[in-house]
Design a protein around this ligand. Structure first.
Ligand code: MTE
Ligand code: LUZ
Ligand code: MOS
Length: 757
């Protein structure tokens, strides 16, 4: 089968999401009463009037929580329902349940709140001045920056800002919970992390984890927005179901989802970069003021990834980078594809752009001169291996015919006054693994049914990224049967337990490897049956000749020749010989270690490399622009499914372009999101997408991951940073006298303000 069957269902609109689950007759629909402002204190809730008007409605508050009113995973700073102070606009204060959603909404609108307003903080630098931090700052160092500046020909400082980003998954947040006879609940949740929903719900209900079952069939996109941010909705449904004894569904509409839920972290940063006369970076320093939002959520992990990617694909001998998790009164900023790395990479690229401006050296030369190579060491102490920066950059410059392109652009710009073109290159180096060591583990459970069909369950969640397809291919290859015979099951906490989110691009690396191990175990048993010696094999003494047996395309072979025993016959024989046709396997990434005190170690299994060139044309009278072409050369290892990896590369890039030049996540000074609908928050559409020229490096097997593949979910997003600099390059052709400014996204509005400076 050429196409990913999941993609076919998606395209035909046949996939089933939370809102497609058939609703039982007695179901209650839930909505929240949101906090009315960004910062305040709840003094009293009055549901009397609402209850009189809607006698069928239920009103749940913090007092109705049977367990602990706490869902914070990294820090206990996040209540499920406000009890005292609230920290952002749209925080759940009460849960209202009614037979229909519109009734619940009308009842919620009648709930009266007695409150006290507190001053909101929205700017991370203001929060830092006031000492409002989630956790103490974190610093990574290499060499000695101060000494290095003495040897620099150019020392440049500057400020860089980058905005947040709304995930805009197609399926909004939601969950359905059924009370179960065990005193717990069964939850169907649109989450990247079923175990997270399970654990938090158990805490809320005050029951052990074994009373809470969570199932996720697939989600309509997550992009990081359902790594931790799906948990609250699962818990609210669970609470409603437990208290009322009826099934409860909560499903946000788009406006609610955009307003209430976390997004990519905005950052404001200061940098200092020092270069010698040849353009080699000798020192780099940065202070990142991360706007962490109202609660901790994943902010520490996101910040860690910023620090790990502070000098991106460059070698810098002397580094000092510090991150501040600034507590503000905005939504809890959270995981979003790239997870802090795009924010960090934008800073060092801005520093290089400014260094080019000040030193007169072309930025491309500065970039190339400083590329990482094998034998270098990352600033966190990990040796650089299998480095493909140079190879990718050379190849992408070839593909876009850089010299010719530059000449064409220059002559276009000489001939045109109102339109200018620009281009920029970006090298990529992205570390793969959760930076929190413990998260790099998962399991798989494989059943071969006695008719020969196979199901594979893992801890991984399908969110459109093709994980299910990749797992099916891995299982088919390891069992030696056609991929059509494999079914990948929904993700359930009773099938594979104690998992972590499907995130950090490592879904296939982890779950694919676990599935492969489980399949290998079953295959070993079946081969023993084929060789007529399964009991000996069980006893551990491999019978002679066992190695000659194989399973290929659903047929048993011996020394490469079919022996007239099909997969189905083999499975039936094994079953009649009472051989276990199921296997569980566990996988944890080997070789990872990190010393948090020394900020030193090998936190990543490997790195993903690549390079992009992006071109743009700006209307320098209006500030409008188009992104014209994108050339990407990417290291995808040996792709498990080429089409899936192509889709991830193009999709990730376009999503990144939205962040870089389009999506303006604007809050007012009171901490209210102004861009809270699709008419005020503009995302890329098909007309916005540039010509895409994607090439994968060939003959680059990656022995560190399953079937020599490479993680692909997040890295391509960062190529879009070249889009920002391509537009800036075009603008500078009109205004070479204006200093570059680094305030992402480069919206037409900002472009115009640059042009009219
Ligand atoms: N692709 C689609 N279609 N939908 C998604 O939600 N999430 C991205 C990426 N690609 C996402 C996606 C993010 S943020 C991550 S971390 C990875 O997929 C997660 O899946 P993987 O680890 O299996 O690649
Ligand atoms: N999530 C997480 C991630 O918890 N830890 C990570 O390191 C990470 N990296 C990328 C995306 N999500
Ligand atoms: Mo992706 S941000 O790791 O869910």
């Amino acid at each position: 089968m050429k196409w990913n069957p999941d993609s076919v269902l998606n395209v035909l609109g046949q996939t089933s999401y939370i809102d497609d689950v058939a609703e039982p007759r007695d179901i209650l629909q839930a909505v929240i009463v949101p906090s009315p402002s960004a910062h305040g204190r709840l003094l009293r809730i009055d549901t009397q009037a609402a209850g009189q008007k809607y006698p069928g409605a239920h009103f749940l508050t913090a007092a109705d929580i049977p367990g602990e009113n706490q869902i914070g995973n990294n820090l206990p700073d996040e209540t499920l329902l406000v009890d005292g102070e609230w920290h952002f606009c749209g925080e759940p204060i009460a849960l209202v349940l009614a037979p229909t959603r519109s009734e619940a909404r009308r009842a919620a609108a009648l709930v009266k709140l007695e409150t006290e307003e507190l001053e909101p903080v929205t700017d991370p630098r203001v929060a830092a001045e006031r000492g409002l931090f989630i956790l103490p700052p974190r610093t990574m160092r290499a060499g000695a920056v101060e000494k290095a500046y003495a040897r620099c020909a150019h020392v440049i400082e500057g400020r860089v800002d980058s905005g947040g980003q709304e995930h805009l998954y197609l399926e909004t947040q939601g969950a359905i919970a059924w009370p179960s006879e065990s005193g717990g609940v069964r939850i169907v949740s649109s989450t990247q992390w079923p175990t997270g929903v399970q654990k938090a719900s158990a805490r809320i209900l005050g029951v052990p984890m074994n009373r809470v079952e969570v199932e996720t069939t697939r989600i309509g996109g997550g992009f990081g927005g359902k790594e931790d941010q799906a948990t609250a909705w699962g818990c609210l449904a669970a609470l409603g179901a437990r208290v009322t004894g009826r099934p409860v569904k909560i499903y946000l509409n788009r406006h609610e989802d955009i307003t209430y839920t976390g997004k990519r972290h905005p950052y404001s940063s200061d940098f200092k970069i020092g270069l010698d006369g040849e353009g080699r970076i000798l020192a780099f320093e940065a202070d990142y003021y991360q706007n962490s939002g109202g609660v901790c959520d994943l902010s520490p992990a996101v910040l860690a990834r910023t620090l790990f990617h502070a000098v991106s694909a460059y070698y810098v001998p002397n580094v000092r980078v510090t991150g501040y998790m600034c507590r503000t009164n905005l939504v809890p900023f959270t995981a979003f594809r790239g997870f802090g790395a795009p924010q960090g990479i934008f800073v060092v690229e801005a520093a290089l752009a400014k260094a080019a401006e000040k030193s007169g050296m072309p930025v491309l030369e500065l970039q190339r001169r400083n590329l990482l190579k094998a034998g270098d060491t990352f600033h966190y102490g990990m040796p650089v291996e299998e480095c493909r920066t140079d190879q990718s950059v050379s190849r992408v410059l070839e593909n876009c015919k850089w010299e010719k392109l530059r000449k064409e652009i220059d002559s276009f710009n000489r001939q045109n006054r109102s339109k200018k073109r620009g281009a920029a290159m970006l090298p990529l180096c992205f570390g793969i693994s959760f930076t929190k060591l413990l998260m790099n583990q998962t399991g798989a459970l494989v059943h071969v049914y006695n008719d020969g069909s196979v199901t594979v369950s893992t801890g991984g969640v399908e969110m459109g990224q093709g994980l299910g397809r990749k797992i099916a291919i891995i299982a088919a290859k390891s069992l030696g049967i056609p991929v059509e015979w494999i079914r990948v099951e929904s993700t359930r906490t009773v099938t594979v337990a104690n998992t972590f989110p499907t995130a950090a691009s490592s879904g296939t690396d982890l779950n694919g490897m676990a599935a492969q191990l489980a399949c290998a175990e079953i295959r070993k048993r079946l081969i023993a049956v084929a060789a007529g010696c399964h009991s000996e094999a069980k006893a551990g003494s491999a019978a002679p000749g066992l190695v000659d047996y194989n399973i290929c395309d659903g047929e048993v072979t011996r020394s490469g020749k079919p022996i007239g025993l099909s997969w189905n016959e083999l499975v039936a024989r094994a079953h009649s010989e009472r051989v276990d046709l199921s296997a569980h396997a566990f996988y944890s990434t080997p070789g990872l270690f990190y010393d948090d005190k020394l900020e030193n170690g090998s936190p990543f299994a490997y790195h993903v490399y690549g390079a992009a060139v992006v071109t743009a044309t700006a209307d320098v009278l209006r500030g409008t622009f188009t992104i014209d072409e994108a050339y990407i050369v990417h290291d995808a290892g040996d792709p498990i499914d080429l089409l899936v990896d192509m889709g991830q590369t193009e999709g990730g890039f376009v999503q990144g372009l939205g962040w870089a030049v389009l999506e303006d996540l604007r809050f007012d000074d009171e901490g209210r999101l102004q861009a809270n609908t699709l008419s005020t928050y503009k995302v890329p559409d098909i007309h916005f997408v540039p010509g895409m020229n994607v090439e994968f490096l060939t003959n680059v097997p990656n022995p560190k991951a399953v079937l020599n593949s490479k993680a692909i979910g997040e890295p391509p997003l960062m190529y879009a940073i070249a889009g920002y600099f391509a537009v800036l390059d075009a603008l500078k052709a009109a205004r070479p006298d204006v200093e570059g400014f680094y305030d992402l996204p480069m919206t037409p509005e900002k472009a115009l303000s640059f042009l009219t400076r």
